[in-house]
Design a binder for this molecule. Sequence first.
Ligand SMILES: N[C@@H](CCC(=O)N[C@@H](CS)C(=O)NCC(=O)O)C(=O)O
Length: 417
Amino acid sequence: MALVLHSTDNNKNASKALIVAEYTGVKVELAKDFQMGVSNKTPAFLEMNPIGKVPVLETPDGPVFESNAIARYVTKLKPNNPLFGSSLIEYAQIEQWNDFSATEVDANIARWLYPRLGYGVYIPPAEEAAVAALKRALGALNTHLASNTYLVGHSITLADIIMGCNLSVGFRMIMTKSFTKEFPHVERYFWTVVNQPNFCKILGEVKQAESIPALQSKKPAQLKEPEKPKAKEEPKKEVKKEEPNPVEEEAAAKPKAKNPLDLLPPSKMILDDWKRLYSNTKTNFREVAVKGFWDMYDPEGYSLWFCDYKYNDENTVSFVTMNKVGGFLQRMDLARKYAFGKMLIIGSEAPFKVKGLWLFRGKEIPKFVMDEVYDMELYEWKEVDINDEAQKERASQMIEDHEPFEGEALLDAKCFK
Ligand SMILES: N[C@@H](CCC(=O)N[C@@H](CS)C(=O)NCC(=O)O)C(=O)O
């Protein structure tokens, strides 16, 4: 008699047990008419799995939930199943890869993919961390697979079934070729595994994602301040007359200190005029905006700087690099009255280079920017020598997003104004 597996049929977690069943020669069937969001909410389902998630396997001795546990159970239905290897150490290594697969691969694919699909809050630094952790895991897997066809031994084991199913979501949904090409042994392994006849029967044809899913909402989640309790709910404190605190009193009395840049001698260059010219010039950019910039530029009241990202080797994922630069510009918000910047993301393939041009009020990079924007120290800063025509031309090209820039295509150009 067939064991019943409660799940939709395109669920990679359910596929684990179904593929094991194919290798093991046991019958596992999907529950008829299973409807996600309906069937798994019924009291009968919750009795089998109190968290209400799929898959759940009904066995003659009771239900089992958690897809890896189900896959192990189905494997054990056949004594000495080679899917568990042929020795104690192979068994241990299979379980080692199963845990690695769940915690290092599956979890990081989910942390990257689900917020993009709208199942969870999209937070750019969290995505960056998920991609970095996934790359670390795939790097380790790639190293292992450089000299191993399968994860353990010389044939498919449970470890490959669990890893193959977990990777299939990544390959199908978000891990494009430009992402996976860094891990050629993982690529070879994955396509070998999912093209095995027993995998094909369950997974069907697997096609690699051609693009990363667009965000459901363009706006990243803002971390909310915890709500203050309403005034009437506040416990009434006994009001004690306290001695005045001289430091607090002084702070309250003093008007907010002026930014030292406001105390500089006036400049003939009006930053807002330049920003307006930049924004309003739609044609003849070189003749109008770039020329206008040099006509306005006042080296007595402003300084101009090139910046060059110190860790370009790490810019291996295009949108992560763009998010990183976007975050830098957001953090520069505090300098809006005193700065203008252009940031170029350069190259048609990874690793991308990040270079920029910044105009600051004053003859130095403002101290409050250095102190408060942590990104500043991730860049090398070099003052532009405007008497050097080559440097001046380079600055002009940055202002106008000139392409090619230093012989390369631009992936993106961002402006701080
Ligand atoms: N660790 C569990 C994950 C189960 C899981 O997340 N199932 C999802 C579908 S893939 C689900 O049932 N979601 C419904 C819900 O969260 O209510 C396993 O491997 O079985």
